[in-house]
Design a protein around this ligand. Structure first.
Ligand code: PHE
Length: 352
């Protein structure tokens, strides 16, 4: 689809097809202005290869903003391994050959793009890929990598919620505040733990019922059906699943004061930023709120930071958000637009 490329503004897409699984793979390099492109390797089923490509391209653009806003010497990229939704999940035996095929595609780019964990991929997969093509972040600690990004991503989202609460409610205290966490995968689940310890009243939802049951048992939190999550009455809505949850249909139904979560590409279209703004809902731009994972990988592996230094940088995402909120208020624009302005200023300057 030509329109896909026209509106993207990125540099290149490398792609291939895996006979064995019927999966298409796309490595989308959005920008190398600040350095080699980097971003997660997402393993997900799509209804069509085009859907996977579209997702990868959009996610790679968001990564350029994420890298810029957190000062990483990297550009934006994303890899999507698009499984055929008609064929269902890959078996354990198919995963190796599939990732081998991916590693070959990655190697062909010779360092133009670096991969990292994302939805359905983790440090063990990074070890496997690295053995064949060394362009990845976040291998296991045993293999000399920085390991899982989960805890730092969740910390960044938690600090984003605190900053949003400060701006919206005048207090960082979450005691008694109601929070709906949509999607309790690794990051969502880690976030729930932090919220519960901070005294928030948490409600969770997920398409995977076993995950909901496990967390409900562990923390005694309430749950709501996935399709009802966005319209649930609460103080803070935290999308931590897939993208596009904030759209023309869902925004009028929101019954929250704040949206702050870990999901990438929460806005379905750029206009949704204005829709939230008009409704008076404070939105923590996703590429800021979810930047903790990048700070983990880049901080520990490129900047040789200590854990404590990474923690501090991740906590500072909250300060960045307060700057974003103030700019949005002063310029009477949406918060995503304000954050994008701040990020673009850094994108224009190579290796700021
Ligand atoms: N999955 C991470 C994200 O979406 C990507 C990432 C992590 C990139 C760590 C580099 C280092 O932000």
């Amino acid at each position: 689809d030509a329109e896909l490329y026209r509106g993207w503004g990125g540099e290149l897409v490398a792609s291939c097809y895996d006979e064995g699984t019927g999966a298409f793979m796309f490595i989308c390099v959005h920008s190398t202005v600040r350095g080699p492109a980097a971003g997660g390797i997402r393993l997900k089923a799509y209804d069509s290869p085009g859907d996977g490509l579209r997702d990868g391209m959009r996610l790679s653009r968001a990564m350029s903003l994420k890298m810029a806003i957190c000062g990483a010497p990297l550009g934006g990229g994303k890899a999507v391994i698009a499984l055929d939704s008609a064929r269902g999940d890959v078996s354990t035996g198919q995963r190796g050959p599939l990732l081998e095929r991916f590693a070959a595609l990655l190697a062909s780019l010779k360092g133009t793009y670096y991969g990292a964990p994302d939805m359905n991929t983790g440090p063990a997969d990074m070890d496997f890929i690295h053995a064949r093509s060394p362009y990845v972040f976040c291998r296991t600690e045993e293999r000399g990598g920085s390991g899982s990004t989960t805890q730092h991503t969740a910390l960044g989202v938690f600090c984003s919620i605190l900053a949003s609460a400060e701006f919206a409610f005048g207090s960082r205290s979450l005691a008694g505040k109601s929070v709906v966490v949509q999607g309790v995968g690794e990051v969502g689940a880690a976030l729930v733990g932090r919220l519960v310890r901070a005294g928030a009243r948490v409600t969770i939802s997920d398409v995977a019922e076993d995950r909901v049951a496990k967390l409900a048992a562990e923390f005694g939190v309430a749950s709501v059906a996935p399709e009802a999550a966005a319209a649930t009455d609460c103080d803070i809505f935290a999308p931590c699943a897939t993208g596009g949850v904030l759209n023309a249909r869902s925004i009028p139904e929101l019954r929250c004061a704040v949206v702050a979560g870990a999901a990438n590409n929460q806005l379905a279209t750029p206009e949704d930023d204005a829709r939230l703004h008009e409704r008076g809902i404070l939105y923590a731009p996703d590429f800021v709120a979810s930047a903790g994972g990048v700070l983990h990988g880049v901080g520990l592996e490129l900047w040789r930071w200590s854990e404590a230094q990474v923690d501090r940088a991740v906590e500072q995402l909250g300060d960045t958000l307060l700057e974003v909120f103030a700019k949005a208020r002063a310029e009477r624009i949406g918060t995503h637009a304000a954050a994008e302005k701040l990020a673009r200023a850094k994108l224009a300057v190579p290796r700021a």
